[in-house]
Design a binder for this molecule. Structure first.
Ligand SMILES: *[C@@H]1O[C@H](CO)[C@@H](O)[C@H](O)[C@H]1NC(C)=O
Ligand SMILES: *[C@@H]1O[C@H](CO)[C@@H](O)[C@H](O)[C@H]1NC(C)=O
Length: 832
């Protein structure tokens, strides 16, 4: 019998077995038979016999009583299921909790404590706490003699400790299930490894697979996105003589929150979304190739924001051990000292590497009585010391962490991360000093020039706007509204989500302001029009420095123009990624609002893939790189930047190409910043581009990261096929590229969509993998679509990919965008 949902279960039993419905305590007189449940006092959790889906085997487990999806968080007899429903969970004469069945006289499972009872008149009882912990209590002393939280399964619950008890030797670690229908001990584990400085690790079998790194006072070094101030939960790390552990605490008991290690070795945090009745993932690891433990070998670091073939770099003062392998993109041998003979001599020093996950600390030492300066001296004095950093990053850094052995598994982050100081010889040090001096020089001038300019700029705008008499203009609504928006732009931005306890908007928006006269002269009075982007025309220009620029002039009839402009300015000013177009400045003058971008000589992707002659310029290798680049850019927007950004208008014409044909996502006019834990939002103004819109967005105005994923899926199929999604197939007006691809896929003919202008440049398996990922992204139900980190992972690794379910097709639509209103008619086919 399969477990129905948690609500109905006790009810059904009540009808079938009136004597063993739910109870709150197990005593020797009141066991729990198969069919009965033990419910926690607040009715949050239930314990009883269950069968995982597709199996008739019976296990004793704990699940959420109020969550409609079967969510088992703890299992007793993981490797010893019962094959029938004769099981009973009871307390035996010795005071142990045991599971017995008709099939055997010996218990299949027992808590196996040696002497829970000290005398005959004593007894033990078991009950389930509202945190999901099954506890066994000795009545005479009220002492806990055993608890389920000491033997975690695949789920880490709030208030459960993960780590080790140094006194008893008890190790609490997560072990994955063997498969979704077998809770037996699987091969993946998540644990704290105490060697050297304790670190958070994921293992596959006995192989290290991902390293969360050491605790740095605030978070794991390898999880920079984990602010300790995440609002609804808190992570505590304790390391003392008695124990080492990490523990999540939840601040509001009505939120269901868990961390699960799945069968393939991924660890995920999720919360139960009451309205949508599903678990929503808020964090997972590992994220990218550089998270693969030791990917680049010793004395190197991995930079996930580089191209696949440039991700491994040697640390300062080191060179590839085997240059040949290194250039064949096999970094696993790592790097060696350039001049080992110069080490431990006079003139040595340290070079700083910024924003990293610190190397494996199994070979590190800690001394909390030192500070940054004395730490440096200490490291310099000891010849075996190869690097140092602060042990605790709070308050500018305290304590001293030194490495005495190979530096392994260092990863570079685009933002956040820690500083690492690497010991180098005198030559390397001189080199580093020289280059840093020249950088410092330019920085200083920039600060001097731009600081005051910005301030004066902002003040002038405010002054100007305040002095202007309000006048009502139709397309912007009330002038005062506009003034307020701009005022906000110039001062604080309180309506932006908080993160890490700071208001993100208070970070400087250091974006230069250009005046209209300069822009007019740079663009030769707007004479060279490049095209029309969302909400305005784009012109080419040259700055007096010779730099080529693109100027986006917001059309005066652009709906919420000012708000979108403000959005775009604020957003882009904070975003830096090689796959996002870079904004150089902005210009606000009277009715003119303009954005100044770097110029992209190769224009946009649609001018290649949809053009009969130019499409031949993009062979498969290039297209594949473009796909990966776009995916990385979106991943940054969704996950890796400190904000969560939904682009909302991903399409071929919004992907620009630089001189080397690297893709850059542009046009953030419609983007929305999401709070850390917000996963979807609703708008009554559906904007975006027909053909790329997900069904839930087009029909219900719901947008989320998953609606961007949908657009990406469409884009991916367009890049492979060189056809627009609108193109109808087989003279069927209801057909489009997505549907066509799906039809071919179902008949194992998916490769027929491949653009023939790519000639023979493509590899079948690679293209098929991409098509499959594309189809996963356009699935009808947003929940089924993968996240961007999964997409990037699936595209760049030869891992098994799930089979896509039927996509949704939004077809036959007309969307007319005028100044006054948007009209749209849509027909939906396929599941939603
Ligand atoms: C706890 O969360 C629930 C559901 O999200 C909410 O209704 C309630 O107000 C929260 N309580 C507190 C004290 O924040
Ligand atoms: C250098 O550091 C290592 C590791 O902490 C230690 O074993 C060794 O004694 C130190 N050597 C000196 C000369 O202090």
């Amino acid at each position: 019998m399969n477990l129905p949902n948690g609500f109905l279960y006790p009810l059904l039993l009540f009808i079938q077995l009136p004597f063993c419905s739910s109870i709150s305590t197990i005593t020797s007189a009141h066991p729990v038979a198969d069919g009965g449940v033990l419910v926690s006092q607040g009715e949050t959790f239930a314990l009883g016999f269950f069968s995982p889906r597709n199996s008739g085997r019976r296990y004793v487990g704990v699940w959420y009583n109020k969550v409609s999806e079967q969510t088992v968080v703890w299992v007793a007899n993981r490797d010893d299921p019962l094959n029938d429903t004769s099981g009973v969970l009871s307390i035996n004469g010795a005071g142990n909790l045991i599971i017995q069945s008709n099939a055997s006289s010996t218990p299949v499972w027992s808590t196996n404590i040696l002497a829970p009872l000290t005398n005959n008149s004593d007894s033990v009882v078991a009950h389930l706490s509202d945190t999901g912990n099954l506890v066994l209590i000795r009545q005479s002393t009220q002492e806990t003699v055993w608890q389920g939280f000491d033997y975690p399964t695949q789920t880490m619950m709030p208030f459960m400790k993960l780590g080790l008890d140094r006194k008893t030797g008890l190790k609490r670690l997560l072990t994955s299930w063997r498969s979704p229908d077998d809770p037996g001990f699987g091969s993946c584990t998540c644990r704290i490894d105490p060697t050297g400085i304790p670190q958070f690790f994921l293992y596959k079998g006995s192989t290290r697979w991902w390293r969360g790194g050491p605790w740095n006072g605030v978070r794991w070094s390898g999880v920079p996105e984990m602010g300790n101030n995440d609002g609804f939960f808190k992570v505590t790390y304790v390391e003392d003589r008695d124990e080492i552990y990490v523990m999540d605490s939840i601040l509001n008991a009505s939120i269901f929150f868990r961390m699960v290690l799945d069968e393939s070795g991924y660890i995920r945090r999720s919360i139960w979304h009451e309205t949508n009745q599903r678990w929503v993932e808020i964090w997972s690891a590992p994220k990218d190739r550089c998270d693969n433990y030791g990917r680049c070998g010793v004395y190197s670091y991995c930079d996930p924001n580089q191209n696949l073939n440039e991700e491994c770099k040697c640390l300062p003062g080191f060179e590839p051990k085997s240059p040949q392998d290194w250039y064949l993109r096999d970094g696993s041998q790592g790097c060696k000292r350039k001049r080992a003979d110069l080490m431990c001599r006079n003139g040595e020093g340290f070079v700083k590497l910024e924003r990293v996950k610190v190397p494996d600390t199994s070979v590190a030492r800690v001394n909390m009585s030192l500070n940054a300066e004395t730490c440096k001296d200490e490291c310099l004095r000891n010849c075996s010391c190869v690097a140092y950093t602060s042990a605790d990053i709070r308050g500018g850094g305290r304590g001293c962490l030194t490495w005495h052995g190979d530096l392994v598994d260092t990863k570079l982050y685009a933002s956040d991360g820690q500083d690492l100081y690497i010991r180098v010889d005198s030559i390397e040090l001189a080199k580093a000093r020289k280059s840093s001096n020249s950088i410092k020089g330019t920085k200083r001038t920039l600060v001097i020039v731009t600081g005051p300019t910005l301030l004066v700029g902002f003040l002038l705008i405010i002054f100007y706007l305040c002095k202007r008499r309000p006048n009502i203009r139709g397309h912007w609504g009330k002038q005062s509204h506009r003034r307020m928006l701009l005022f906000n732009l110039a001062t604080t931005h309180k309506d932006y989500p908080e993160e890490d306890g700071h208001d993100v908007g208070e970070r400087n928006v250091d974006l230069p302001f250009f005046n209209l006269r300069d822009i007019k002269s740079a663009t030769n009075n707007f004479s060279d029009k490049l095209g029309e982007g969302g909400f305005g025309e784009v012109y080419k220009g040259h700055l007096s420095s010779g730099q080529e620029i693109a100027v986006k002039r917001l059309s005066k009839c652009s709906g919420q123009g000012v708000e979108e402009f403000r959005n775009e300015v604020l957003l882009i000013a904070r975003l830096q990624h090689r796959n996002l177009v870079k904004v150089l400045g902005c210009c606000i003058d009277g009715e003119e609002t303009m954005l100044i971008y770097e110029y992209m000589p190769n224009k946009s992707l649609d001018s290649f893939i949809f053009d009969h002659t130019r499409k031949a310029l993009l062979d498969w290798k290039k297209r594949y790189e473009i796909i990966i680049g776009i995916a990385r850019g979106i991943l940054y927007l969704h996950q890796d930047s400190r904000l969560r950004i939904i682009h909302r208008d991903l399409k071929a014409s919004n992907i620009l190409l630089d001189g080397e044909m690297n893709p850059k996502i542009s046009d953030f006019g419609l983007a929305r910043i999401f709070g850390r834990h917000q996963t979807q939002a609703n708008t009554n103004r559906v904007v975006g581009t027909f053909g790329y819109m997900s069904p839930e967005y087009a029909l219900d105005g719901l947008f989320s990261m998953k609606s961007d994923i949908f657009s990406f899926g469409v884009l991916l199929l367009e890049i492979i096929s060189g056809k627009k999604n609108f193109t109808s197939y087989n003279d069927d007006p209801l057909s489009n590229l997505v549907k066509h691809t799906w039809d071919l896929w179902s008949e194992d003919r998916a490769l027929e969509i491949v653009d023939c202008s790519m000639g023979n440049s493509w590899k079948e398996l690679e293209v098929l993998r991409c098509i499959q990922v594309g189809l996963l992204c356009v699935q009808g139900d947003a929940v089924d679509r993968p996240t961007m980190s999964t997409v990037v992972f699936m595209l760049s690794n030869e891992v098994a990919i799930p089979s896509p379910k039927q996509p949704a097709f939004v077809v036959e639509g007309t969307m007319t965008s005028t100044c006054s209103k948007n009209e749209m008619t849509i027909t939906m086919i396929g599941p939603r």
